[in-house]
Design a binder for this molecule. Structure first.
Ligand code: SF4
Length: 180
């Protein structure tokens, strides 16, 4: 919930103090929004995230007895919890098959020719078709780490890549054909 338009590093800087003050939904729901904002002020979209954290905590208590639900629809119904966040929880917290698509996965699926890169909904559906279900949870982490460490978005010349230079070549040819 905190990571939109913010680096993981920044999120990890603010959460220890926030969670020390509010380690569970009951404590978070008891904090004024301004107090939550004070902890997370340096992350992007902080005022909205502070309101969502408070509202989500109240709903966790009201609807789910203060526990995080093991159900993707129930998760997505919570304020500030989008499809990607809910999918991460399903696979990381509950070990249920899901394929959360972040910016690295979206980029690499297109580079590898596994999806056309139009949007993350399409990329998720294409990757779910491409990989066996029992590998999704592992696969999404592997692709994220590979993208971060080896295949960055910027300053990367796909034409020089031996493994998937073919995808770049295919795209370039298609682009040239369209321009003609
Ligand atoms: S060959 Fe290049 S573009 Fe392809 S996955 Fe490897 S680093 Fe990325």
């Amino acid at each position: 919930m905190l990571s939109a338009q913010t680096t993981d590093k920044k999120v990890n800087e603010v959460t220890p103090a926030l969670f020390a003050e509010a380690p569970d939904p009951q404590a978070m729901a008891a904090l004024p929004v301004d107090r939550i904002l004070g902890f997370i002020r340096t992350v992007g979209l902080a005022p909205t995230k502070a309101r969502n954290l408070r509202a989500m905590s109240e709903l966790l208590i009201e609807r789910h007895g203060g526990r995080v639900p093991n159900d993707i629809d129930a998760l997505e119904a919570l304020p500030g919890v989008g499809h990607k966040t809910a999918s991460v929880l399903m696979c990381q917290a509950f070990n249920r098959p899901a394929f959360p698509v972040d910016t690295h996965i979206h980029r690499l699926a297109a580079r590898w020719g596994l999806s056309d890169g139009k949007n993350v909904v399409k990329t998720e559906a294409d990757l779910k078709r491409a990989f066996p279900k029992d590998t999704w949870n592992r696969r999404h982490l592997q692709i994220i780490y590979f993208g971060r460490e080896h295949c960055p978005a910027r300053g990367h010349d796909l034409g020089r890549c031996e493994i998937c230079g073919w995808a770049a070549t295919k795209k370039r040819i298609a682009g040239e054909a369209q321009r003609r």
